[in-house]
Every structure is written in C-alpha cells, then in structure tokens.
Design a protein around this ligand. Structure first.
Ligand code: FAD
Length: 352
C-alpha cells in the first residue's frame, strides 16, 4: 500500500513528489518518457510578459516559493539547478522604451522593472535603443533537474519506467488498485500526454510545440539573459540556448527545419558575429485554452487528480501549485478558482 501513485516526472510531477516527501507520504512514480517539455524547456523564470510588458499571473507568490524549493533539491541531490540572472529586454524603438516606462509605473510591475535604460555596449550585439532590465529573473536547469530527480527515484525503487495503463485502474474501498499496487490516490502529471488519459482528456489542453537551439558563440560574452525576438540564455563558456518557437498544429516532439530557420533569422536580427548550432530540441508545452493551470479532482471518480496546464511557466508555477493540490486532496483545501479543473467539469459530463 502506498499513499500516492504519481504519473509523470516532469516539472509538475517533481513538484508534487517534493511535497509528498515534505509530508512524509509514501509514493511511486510512473514515467514512460513520452513527453519531454521539462527536458528541453528553456527553464527561465521572470515575472514580466516581455511582449506586452504585462504582469505574469501570480508572479510574486510564485517567486516567493521558488528559491527555497529548488535549493532544497540542490542540497539533497548535489547539483546546481537555480541560477538567478539579470534579464535584459532589448528595445527596438523609442516607442518600446516609452511603453516600458509606462508599464514600470504600475504597482504590480514596479517591483520587477528597472526604470533606467541600460545602454550597455555588447560586442557582437546590435542594440541602438538599449535594454530594459527585469529584476528577480533567472534560470532553472530543468533538464538536469529531471535527470537527477529520476535517478534518485530509481535508486529509491520508486520509479516505474513504463506507461501507466489506464484500463488497469480499479477502485477499492480505501482508494485504488493498479497492477498489484494499492494506493490511496493517483495524481496525473502527464504534461501533453494527458490527451491520451480517458479520465482527464475532456480538459482543453491544447499543447503548444516549442523548439530551442543550443549554439556556440565564441565572440560573445554575456552573463545575463538577453531577450529580443528570441531569448539568448548563457549556459557557460561560449554556449548559449536560443528560443523558442510557438506552434499550435504539429504535436510531435520532432525538431523541424522550419523552426530552426525561424530561430536563426530572429537571432541574426541582433547578433552580428559568427556562431555554430550544436543542438536542436523540441517539446510540447502543456498549454490550456484559458492559459491557466489544470489542478484538482476528477468530477466523478474519487481518488484521482490532475496536475497539469503549466504552459510556458512550469518552473514558476509547479512549486507554488503543488502544495495547494496536496492540501486540497488531504484537507479539502481550496484551489484558486482560476486554476481549479472544476471550471471545465461540464465537458466531462457532456462527454460521459
Ligand atoms: C521549447 C520550450 C521552452 C520552454 N521554456 C520554458 C521556460 O523558459 N520557462 C518555463 O517555466 N517553462 C518553459 N517551458 C515550459 C515547461 O517546460 C513546461 O511548463 C513544463 O515542462 C511542464 O511540465 P509537466 O511536468 O507538466 O510536463 P512534461 O515535462 O511533459 O512531463 C510529463 C511527464 O509525464 C510522462 N508521461 C506522460 N504520460 C504518461 C503516461 N501515461 N505514463 C507514464 N508517463 C507519462 C512524460 O514522459 C513526461 O516525463 C518550455 C517548454 C518548451 C517545450
């Protein structure tokens, strides 16, 4: 008998497992490697939407939780995951500078946006209008996190590297039975894999394909994230990550030439020195029609739950939302209505 079966060990599953560890609950994890959003994702966190200069949903609450969450895992696993970094948004016009100042005056954004324009000359980067600086941004190495976390689960004999077979799930007096295991609860953290889940695929998880490149730029020396039409994230030495694309039709994990061309065209708008592409990766972000997470109970079946819809912000949302879900499961804690999966329950009854 275990307290929990967790399906999926991406950012959502890891955040939930961490809560289970804190509360000393027993659990096992299933992961079949079918999704790779957390493995390939950019891993950045920042509290400002840099296209429109608007606040990220509940950014302050999420940033309050983030450092403690990742540093606890870093200490236990002996890896470096969280690197707070300056984030400079490149301006392309005076109008953008003005929009920045206007936004930086708003109470929700003021703590996160510097009001002096950074006129920094960076060799190899074209930036006539300077940069706006975002505060409290950084990067979590989510690929390494997932790899190290799964290794630990494996060592602890908690990890089943296989697909969860939905039709083998049975309900018992005390919870559920699954393939020789008795558990009190099952939490599905499947990312875009949710669309195969007959219990939760009524939820409007659209999925947005994203592609990133790793590039070597020997002539560039920056120790901050640079955001323009694409982001440039320093990985150490002359290595950088460039991303990301947003595509709504293709739902495969295969990198495409079209996305590579798009990323390089955007990169070359501001990067004026030679570079070499060293890797090209793709994954599906678990995005939702209304851009809010999907967290909560099943509308009809007891003891099964969903933790999904982290969209393009899994690094920030996961650690903040996981304790809310656990509190809901164990003590009927309230889930903020914007992310409670109950908002779509009519779709289940319509489907059923
Ligand atoms: C190109 C790109 C760039 C991104 N950049 C950022 C960024 O800069 N900052 C940020 O915060 N977020 C970013 N994201 C988004 C972020 O990566 C996601 O929010 C996050 O990875 C979602 O985590 P998840 O655990 O819900 O899903 P996933 O990472 O997809 O994990 C789901 C896991 O469940 C497993 N699984 C699914 N179904 C089953 C099943 N039936 N049985 C067993 N296992 C199963 C899968 O194998 C997978 O390991 C980016 C994403 C992409 C693709």
């Amino acid at each position: 008998m275990v307290d929990y079966i967790v399906v999926g060990s991406g950012l959502a599953g890891i955040a939930f497992c961490e809560e289970l560890r804190k509360r000393k609950r027993s659990f096992v994890v299933f992961d079949d490697g079918s999704q790779q959003s957390s493995r390939v994702g950019g891993g950045m966190y920042n509290p400002v939407i840099l296209k429109r200069f608007t606040p990220v949903w509940r950014a302050k609450e999420q940033l309050d939780v983030l450092p403690g969450f990742y540093s606890a895992i870093e200490k236990r696993l002996g890896v470096t995951l969280n690197t707070p970094l300056r984030l400079l948004r490149r301006f392309v016009s005076v109008e953008e500078q003005n929009n920045w100042f206007e936004a930086a005056d708003k109470p929700l954004l003021a703590p996160f946006m510097c009001t002096t324009i950074v006129h920094r000359k960076i060799d190899g980067v074209h930036a006539d209008h300077g940069f706006g600086e975002v505060l409290h941004a950084g990067w979590v190495y989510s690929g390494l996190l997932q790899e190290a976390y799964m290794k630990e689960l494996d060592k602890e004999h908690r990890l089943y590297k296989e697909a969860f077979a939905y039709d083998a799930l049975e309900w018992t007096e005390n919870g559920v039975h699954y393939d020789g295991l008795n558990a009190k609860h099952v939490v599905f953290c499947e990312g875009f894999g949710l669309h195969k889940n007959p219990f939760f695929n009524y939820l409007p998880l659209n999925g947005t394909k994203g592609e990133v490149l790793e590039v070597d730029i020997p002539g560039l020396e920056i120790d901050h994230i640079l955001k323009s039409a694409v982001f440039l994230l320093p990985l150490g030495g002359s290595r950088y990550k460039v991303g990301a694309t947003y595509k709504w039709k293709d739902k495969t994990n295969a990198p495409t030439q079209e996305a590579k061309d798009e990323l390089l065209e955007k990169l070359e708008r501001f990067l004026k020195i030679p570079y070499k592409v060293t890797a090209h990766l793709a994954g599906i972000r678990p995005t939702v029609a209304d851009r809010r997470p999907l967290v909560g109970s099943h509308p009809e079946h007891s003891n099964i739950y969903v933790f999904n819809g982290l969209g393009s912000r899994g690094v920030m949302i996961g650690p903040w939302a996981a304790p809310i879900l656990l509190e809901h499961i164990e003590n009927e804690g309230e889930i903020p209505s914007e992310m409670d999966a109950v908002r779509f329950q009519k779709r289940w009854f319509k489907k059923a």
